[in-house]
Design a protein around this ligand. Structure first.
Ligand SMILES: [Zn+2]
Ligand SMILES: [Zn+2]
Length: 346
C-alpha cells in the first residue's frame, strides 16, 4: 500500500510503498477513504509522543470501509463503512469495564501506538468495542472530522461540562477543538465567549455561534473581559489550545463553582502549568480533562448531526491528497489553517 512515512522525528515525510496491514484476531483492516490532519499528528512528528516507534505512519481521524476482519470480530463485516475514536479501548480493563474506554489502561491509538491512517489501509484493534457504523447521511469527509477534536469537544461540553441552556461558556483558542466546542455548546443553548489572538479565527468563531469575542492579543486582560461579559465569570470554561496562559485564564475566568475543562494537549514546557489553586479552593472550582470519547457514546452525537443541530462539515477548510499532506503536516505547528484539512486521495 501507499503510505506517508517518516523515518526520523522532524525529518522528511515521504510517500512509500509498504506492506499492507493484516487484522489481528479482534481487529479489522479498513480501506481509508478520508483522514483528517491534526496538531496531534504534528506533535507525533515532532517527537513529543513517547509511544511512537520509527519509521512511522501518522493519522488518527479517519473514515473508511472494512477490507478484512479478524476471526474474533462479531459485530462488523467486510464492506461496512465505519469510523473510530482516536483512543481505541481494549474492552476488558477496569476503565473499559466501567464504560470509560477513552482512558483505557491498554489503549491503542492508530497513528501513535501503531501505524495510522495516512495510508491506503489502517489496522484497528478490538473492532467490536471501538468501531462506529456510519449512517448514510454522514459522508466520509465529515466522518473523518469527528474522531479526535470533535468528540473530545463533545465529551468536554456534554459529559464533563454538563453545559445547560443559558449558561456562559468561555472557549480559549479557536482551532479545530475550540470551534467544535463553540458549535456544540451553542447547539445546547449556551452563550459562548470565544477567545483567540487572531481576528480571522474569531470571525469564524462568530459564525459557529459565539455571542462575544475577546481578542487576546495586544495584552488584553482576558480574565476581566470574560468576567465583564458574563457578569461574574463563565459557568464552564475550556482551554482548547493547551498552553500555560490559556489554561490559567480558563480557570481564573470562572464564576464560583464553575468548571474548567482541559482539552488542549499540554506538552513540552506547558506540561505542568501555573494553576491558580487559591481560586480553586475559595470558589470551589472544578478542574476536569477530556480525552476523546468512547465509541458507545457516539449515537447521541450522530443523532444531533443527523437532526441538523451540529454541522461538523462547517469545520472543513479543504480536502487534500496524501502527497500534499506530507508538506502540510510539518507546518501544522504554525497555526496557518482556519479549519480542518482532510486527505481524500491516496
Ligand atoms: Zn487529532
Ligand atoms: Zn481497556
Amino acid at each position: 500500500m501507499r503510505a506517508a512515512v517518516f523515518e526520523t522525528f522532524q525529518g522528511p515525510i515521504t510517500i512509500q510503498t509498504v506492506a499492507d496491514p493484516t487484522p489481528r484476531e479482534h481487529g479489522v483492516v479498513v480501506k481509508v477513504t478520508a483522514t483528517g490532519l491534526c496538531r496531534s499528528d504534528w506533535h507525533g512528528w515532532m517527537g513529543h509522543d513517547p509511544d511512537i516507534r520509527l519509521p512511522h505512519v501518522p493519522g488518527h481521524e479517519l473514515a473508511g470501509v472494512i477490507e478484512a476482519v479478524g476471526k474474533g470480530v462479531r459485530k462488523f463485516k467486510i464492506g461496512d463503512r465505519v469510523t473510530v475514536p482516536f483512543v481505541c479501548g481494549c474492552g476488558s480493563c477496569p476503565q473499559c469495564s466501567s464504560g470509560n474506554h477513552q482512558v483505557c489502561d491498554r489503549q491503542s491509538q492508530p497513528g501513535f501506538t501503531h501505524w495510522g491512517s495516512f495510508a491506503e489501509y489502517v489496522a484497528l484493534d478490538y473492532a467490536d468495542t471501538n468501531l462506529v457504523l456510519l449512517p448514510e447521511e454522514i459522508n466520509d469527509v465529515t466522518a473523518a472530522t469527528l474522531g479526535c477534536r470533535f468528540i473530545t469537544s463533545f465529551r468536554a461540553i456534554v459529559e464533563q461540562g454538563k453545559v445547560a441552556k443559558g449558561q456562559f461558556v468561555a472557549v480559549h483558542g479557536c482551532g479545530g477543538v475550540g470551534l467544535s466546542a463553540i458549535m456544540i455548546a451553542t447547539a445546547l443553548g449556551a452563550q459562548v465567549i470565544a477567545i483567540d489572538i487572531n481576528k480571522d479565527t474569531l470571525a469564524i468563531a462568530r459564525e459557529m455561534g459565539a455571542i462575544a469575542l475577546v481578542n487576546a492579543s495586544n495584552n488584553a486582560d482576558v480574565i476581566s473581559e470574560v468576567k465583564a461579559i458574563t457578569k461574574g465569570g463563565a459557568h464552564v470554561s475550556i482551554d482548547a489550545l493547551g498552553s500555560q496562559n490559556t489554561c490559567y485564564n480558563s480557570i481564573a475566568n470562572l464564576r464560583k463553582r464553575g468548571k474548567h475543562i482541559q482539552v488542549g494537549l499540554m506538552t513540552g514546557d506547558h506540561q505542568h502549568p501555573n494553576t491558580p489553586m487559591d481560586l480553586v479552593v475559595a470558589n470551589e472550582l472544578e478542574i476536569l480533562g477530556s480525552h476523546g470519547m468512547q465509541a458507545h457514546k457516539y449515537p447521541e452525537m450522530l443523532k444531533m448531526i443527523r437532526d441538523g443541530q451540529l454541522h461538523p462539515e462547517k469545520l472543513i477548510e479543504k480536502t487534500i491528497s496524501l502527497e500534499e499532506a506530507t508538506k502540510a503536516l510539518p507546518r501544522m505547528g504554525n497555526f496557518e489553517h482556519k479549519g480542518i484539512m482532510v486527505i481524500t486521495s491516496f
